[in-house]
Design a protein around this ligand. Structure first.
Ligand code: PLP
Length: 423
């Protein structure tokens, strides 16, 4: 039976952004030649033995404790499991000299759902019919922002400025403050720091400029890769926790994606709105993941393992990509985004003679899967050729396989640019 769908039903039953590509990737990986593919598309973190052991140990403690029944056999508060909220408040208050209380913290089932709550409580149409926009100050950014708004026209992204080092083949995006407009029509501002897909980390100064422009609207800083956990920043950065900032944490890249734990820290009035929305949607987040997270955060073990195990693992993989590209890429205008964090590398092939989707398909014929960049520009209304010249490369495979894959990518790059020379 094909059910008759509402407008929202139609919209939400379509895969958006990178999820549409993921369907093609999954089908490719299920094909007969699947064993031959090197898959550098994954957003799933690597299962690191030390990290798995931390979660196993926390689970053991929970099973042995008298809290077990309270955690899994009962409903709890919509705001979240109290010991996790206490652990976050204590950790952040000590670490960043804050004065957070329980009313400043909300636990959600993963941080993706947090952006859904915000996008539809603060973005979209007001009772007076005015459109409140969700501003992404620097495009490209997390593809998942493209699917969260029930009114997609509310999402507006801005093109960045590009800083190029032609000799070193490196580049970096910067917010273009001459264009960025935040005002009465803005519902909230949203960006990831470090950024998925680019690994860009907006500087403290850039963030402060954005938060000042947005004096009267909330600024959601997606800190899925930020310190203190998972601390996937390769450059020094400090979370900016000024009063209009909602600092959003995900425990997924700290080894817990299956348990769906997201955390919002911010102004009590904003948190209250998100909490009510969440109560209507799902009552509360699952408490098992929250209970093991409470233990790992309160003991300091999560922050510790983030800097001693998680960060170095991905940083070493990035070094392999960098070294292999430097060694193998042909003499064409290619640029790697500065490695400032996340679990991805972002490659720009300027003036690529085909679009990103065609290059992705061609690279599959070399047994390598990467992600075409165009789905990472949600909310960017103008067509910008740059959108079709970029690729996201995941740091989740082994160093050896990454090197083989990058050498094949370099070979294909040489072929497609020299083909254009012949044309
Ligand atoms: C920047 C960013 N934000 C949010 C998410 C969603 O994470 P989760 O819902 O697992 O917390 C991801 C997932 O990859 C991400 O990369």
């Amino acid at each position: 039976m094909a059910p008759a769908l509402t407008q929202f039903g139609q919209q939400m039953s379509h895969l958006t952004g990178v999820r549409a590509i993921m369907k093609d990737i999954i089908e490719t990986l299920q094909s007969e030649q699947s064993a031959e593919f090197i898959n550098l598309s994954a957003g799933n973190p690597v299962i690191l033995p030390e990290v798995e052991q931390l979660w196993r140990a926390c689970t053991g403690e929970l099973l042995d404790s008298s809290d077990y029944g309270e955690v899994v056999c009962r409903y709890g508060s919509s705001r979240g499991y109290e010991p996790l909220i206490d652990a976050i408040a204590t950790d952040f208050n000590q670490r960043y000299k804050l004065n957070l209380k329980a009313e400043n913290i909300l636990i959600t089932p993963g941080s993706q759902s947090l952006y859904f709550l915000a996008a539809n409580a603060l973005g979209g149409y007001t009772p007076a019919g005015e459109l409140k926009e969700i501003i992404l100050p620097l495009s490209p950014d997390y593809t998942g922002y493209g699917g969260v708004a029930l009114y997609p026209e509310a999402v507006r992204a801005y093109r960045p400025k590009l800083e190029l080092d032609r000799v070193a083949h490196r580049f970096k995006y910067r917010p273009d403050f001459s264009q960025l407009t935040i005002g009465d029509q803005t519902g909230f501002v949203l960006f990831s720091r470090p950024c998925n897909p680019t690994g860009n980390v907006l500087t403290d100064e850039e963030v402060t400029r954005i938060t000042s422009l947005a004096a009267n609207v909330p600024v959601f800083i997606d800190s899925a890769y930020a310190p203190p956990f998972p601390a996937l920043n390769f450059t020094a950065m400090t979370p900016v926790l000024t009063p209009n900032v909602v600092h959003c944490i995900s425990l997924s890249k700290a080894g817990l994606p299956g348990e769906r734990v997201g955390i919002a820290i911010g102004d009590a009035a904003v948190i209250r709105v998100l909490e009510s929305f969440q109560t209507n949607l799902c009552i509360h987040s699952s408490r098992y993941g929250q209970a093991i997270a409470a233990r790992a955060i309160a003991s300091g073990a999560l922050a510790e393992i983030a800097t001693t195990v998680i960060r170095p693992h991905y940083q070493q993989k990035f070094a392999v990509i960098e070294a292999t590209l430097d060694d193998a890429m042909p003499d064409v205008p290619w640029y790697l985004h500065q490695a400032e964090g996340s679990i991805f590398a972002w490659l720009w092939l300027q003036d690529l003679p085909m679009d990103d989707q065609a290059f992705y398909q061609a690279l599959k014929r070399y047994g390598v899967i990467i992600v075409p960049g165009s789905p990472f520009f949600p909310g960017l209304k103008d067509d910008w050729p740059h959108k079709h010249e970029c690729f996201r490369i995941s740091l989740t495979d082994t160093a050896e396989r990454i090197e083989v894959a990058i050498r094949r990518l370099a070979k294909l790059t040489e072929e497609v640019y020299s083909q254009r020379a012949i044309d």
